[in-house]
Design a binder for this molecule. Structure first.
Ligand code: AMP
Length: 399
């Protein structure tokens, strides 16, 4: 049993770092509550033990000062609903007297939400004094914020050392994220296929680099694929291209070949005469895109080729869309990948989907419950798969 599951929180105050950085519309309504829902099992376990839960999070980028636009207060009602109607207390300052007094008066089974941590610049600076003040609110520290685990901030990393080893731990969400990532990185059943998409090669070079050591097949789609075609001397019209990454792209292809890792680029593309939902649309081989046109999705051949590779895989990692899936005309590729990953999962493969856009895609197309794990971390997941040590994980694990 894990440290968290075997811990008895009875009468204990647990300070839980959650990632409630949810998108809000201009009426301060939550448009996607995935991150809040993901924290509920951890909160409930502590409450069911008879413990007290103090929640802390950041929201947006208030730039180190108080800004009501980024207040966590609008989340209270929904949080209460997610906890079965339980009243949630609120402290409109995450440190200071009100937080301290409210925390001191809490009864077992109660929940307190602290105001946005980033109203203090000390949070992002990783300030020790600020972390110590937060730590004084509770007996046990639980880090359940995988989405911010790649940041060395006061509440995600620095705070851990103010708790003895047996009183700092990961929550259930963090445990699940780490277990899933470890399974893919270190215990992958072969063949292992990584699907990497999205706009920019520069964002994904390090992850592809690290995956060259792990994967058998790497599928590359999305806007980033065209830099590879250009690097091979192809004509890509006005498709996305990072001129300063052409050499790196060519080098990646060479190194993959030397290592026996199969790189799959989309042989054909859906092309458009402008980046617009009303564009004229056609198809072309991805290395023969006419001047004035740009590739905005993978084509039919590529969809079939990629689905074929995915269908033979036993482990699948997917990060980044295959095209501009926000526009219906250019979502066939991303949808086909979601479908293929779901199918392979049903046939026994282990699949992990992460990164904001691929998660949005599996949700939008209704495949979220048909893959093995959907990660809540974008940047954190990328850095994990780049082989980096995440400060939020290292601090809790340190002896
Ligand atoms: P990233 O944040 O790098 O994962 O990229 C995600 C974004 O890439 C999405 O908003 C997609 O619309 C965009 N994208 C995917 N394929 C293309 C493409 N072929 N051309 C331009 N943008 C793309």
């Amino acid at each position: 049993m894990s440290k968290f599951s075997s811990c008895n929180f009875k009468n204990q105050k647990a300070l839980v770092r959650v990632d409630f950085n949810v998108p809000l519309n201009d009426k301060a309504e939550i448009t996607d509550d995935t991150r809040m829902r993901a924290a509920v099992p951890t909160i409930n376990k502590i409450l069911n033990d008879g413990g007290k839960v103090i929640l802390m999070s950041h929201l947006g980028r208030p730039k180190g000062g108080r800004n009501e636009k980024y207040s966590l207060k609008p989340l209270l009602r929904h949080l209460s609903e997610l906890l079965g109607g339980k009243t949630v207390l609120f402290a409109d300052d995450c440190i200071g007297e009100q937080a301290f007094v409210t925390a001191g008066m809490m009864k077992p089974g109660e929940v307190l939400l602290l105001e946005n941590l980033r109203f203090y610049k000390e949070e992002e600076e990783g300030d020790e004094g600020f972390a110590k003040k937060l730590a004084e609110l509770a007996d046990i520290y639980v880090n359940d914020a995988f989405g911010t685990a790649h940041r060395a901030h006061a509440s995600t990393a620095v705070i851990a050392k103010f708790f003895p080893v047996e009183k700092r731990m990961f929550g259930l969400l963090m445990e699940g994220e780490v277990r899933s990532a470890e399974k893919v990185l270190h215990q992958s059943e072969k063949p292992f296929t990584a699907i990497i998409g999205g706009a920019k090669v520069s964002d994904k070079i390090l992850i592809i680099d690290n995956l060259l050591e792990k994967a058998n097949d790497i599928i590359i789609g999305g806007g980033m694929a065209y830099t590879f075609f250009k690097a091979q001397g192809g004509n890509i019209g006005k498709s996305l291209c990072e001129e300063d990454r052409l050499e790196i792209a060519a080098d990646l292809l060479k190194r993959a070949e030397a290592k026996g890792v199969r790189i799959h680029l989309p042989s054909d593309s859906i092309i458009a005469d402008k980046f617009d939902r009303n564009a004229n649309v056609s198809t072309a081989p991805s290395n023969q895109i006419p001047d004035g046109w740009l590739g905005l999705d993978i084509g039919e051949h590529a969809r079939n080729e990629f689905a074929n590779v995915i269908g033979k895989s036993k482990t699948i990692l997917w990060n980044g869309p295959m095209g501009v899936f926000e526009i219906e005309k250019f979502q066939l590729g991303t949808r086909a990948i979601a479908e293929a990953v779901a199918k392979a999962t049903e046939a026994g493969a282990y699949s992990l989907v992460g990164g904001g856009d691929s998660v949005a895609a599996v949700n939008q197309f209704g495949f979220a419950d048909k893959v093995s794990y959907v990660s809540t971390g974008g940047g954190a997941m990328l850095e994990y798969f780049e082989g980096k040590t995440l400060p939020g994980i290292a601090a809790v694990s340190a002896l």
